[in-house]
Each structure stands twice: as C-alpha cells, then as structure tokens.
Design a protein around this ligand. Structure first.
Ligand code: CA
Length: 229
C-alpha cells in the first residue's frame, strides 16, 4: 500500500517516512505540487498526504487538479497561518486535515480511517447502521435509541445520514449546508448549529459532551462511531 507525501519541508518528510514505513506502508515522496501530481498518477497510492504551502503550485490547486481524475483520500497538512485554506481544501475535496505540529497517534488514526475508506471503495450504505445505543434503519427511515423510536425532522435525518456517510471524516459547514439544505444556503452556519444541537439532544447521552457528533472548530463537524480508533 503506497502513500504519496507531497511536502517541501525535509524534517516533516523524514518524520512521515519513519512513521509510514513503521506501519508497513510504501513511502513515496514529492517536494513540489507538480512532482506530487505525477507521483500520484504513476503510482495510484491508497493515500496522499499534502502540504498546502508548496514552492511551485499551491496545495489547493493540487487538490483541484487531483480531483479531476482521482478519488484518492487526501489528508492536508496545514500550518497555523493557513487556517482559512484548510476549510477551502476540505471544500475542494480533501478528506481530512492535520495542523502542524501534529502528534503521531493522531496522524496514525487519521491515516487508518482514510485508508479504510479508500480500500472499501464506494460501497453502498448498508441497510442499517448502529452506534452505541442508536440504531438507524435507512430503508424505513426509522431511528431508535435503546430500542425506542426517536422522531427526527426531515432535516435532522438528512444531516444524520450525511454525517454517517462521511463517518470518521471532517465535513465542512459548506459541504453540510450544500448537501442537506442545498444551493443558496452556504452562508447559513447558524442553521447547522441549531440542527446539530437538536441531533445531539436526541441521540447523545450528554449533548453538552458529545461523543459521536463532534465539532471541528471553525471548520465543520465529524461523526465518529468510536470503532475507528
Ligand atoms: Ca511547506
């Protein structure tokens, strides 16, 4: 399983190389955007780790070009001064992000989740999905907690299904608004806050300390069923 790392900073490349090799991945590297695009096209890796600040073309441009012909998972590495770009990167189709400096265990968890999604391919959602004491039946659109049916509004249900479909992955405000509400709602992040609070109240044991519907501050939300890490 090959992983392509596109990063111009030597120390970070060496760090990633050590970690990826220790986990049995084949490590390939590129130090520029153009080189990275070539490496992905030639090797068809299971994962791309991409730095946003590259010497030739911008990391955002790399994502845009890559997404024209590839669905390979992309994990973004961003520096603090690139916070805004991080959101744009996710909107453009990156799968996840890490802000430098990042820890090894966090990196590995993100890699495992991304590779799992990648190797599973675009498999259909199963007919039902469970996490903790919550059961979702996609066929009948019924949601229950501890075996008791919970009423969700159509928007709440759509939000739930969208987050489950992107399980383990951060979904930006923009992506959620587009997928749940549709065109023209991409500025309405307060809708999201309201509906997310409702979803948590209905499905989380303690909505103030959510375990499954997590907030990614300034970016979006992530659904985690706890089985990934
Ligand atoms: Ca850089």
């Amino acid at each position: 399983m090959q992983v392509v790392v596109i990063e111009d900073e030597g120390p970070i490349r060496r760090f990633l190389k050590t970690i990826l090799c220790s986990q049995g991945y084949d490590y390939l590297e590129a130090t520029s955007g153009k080189g990275g695009l070539e490496a992905v096209a030639l090797n068809r890796p299971v994962l791309v780790i991409l730095d946003l600040g590259l010497p030739d073309i911008d990391g955002l441009e790399v994502i845009k070009q890559l997404r024209d012909w590839s669905t390979v998972p992309i994990i973004i590495l961003s520096a603090r001064e690139q916070e805004g770009d991080k959101v744009r990167a996710l909107d453009l189709g990156a799968d996840d992000y890490l802000t430098k400096p990042f820890g090894v265990s966090e990196l590995l968890a993100r890699i495992r989740a991304a590779v799992r999604r990648s190797t599973k391919g675009s498999e259909e959602l199963p007919a039902t999905f469970s996490f903790a004491n919550v059961h979702v039946d996609f066929g009948s659109r019924l949601v229950s907690v501890d075996g008791k049916e919970v009423h969700l509004t159509p928007i709440e249900y759509k939000l739930l299904v969208t987050l489950i479909r992107h399980k383990g992955k951060v979904v930006t405000h923009n992506q959620l608004l587009m997928q749940v509400w549709g065109e023209g709602y991409n500025e309405e992040t307060q809708y999201l806050r309201v509906y997310m609070a409702q979803l948590r109240r209905k499905l989380e044991a303690d909505s103030r300390k959510p375990r499954f519907f997590l907030t990614e501050a300034g970016v979006g939300y992530r659904f985690k069923d706890g089985k990934d890490e």
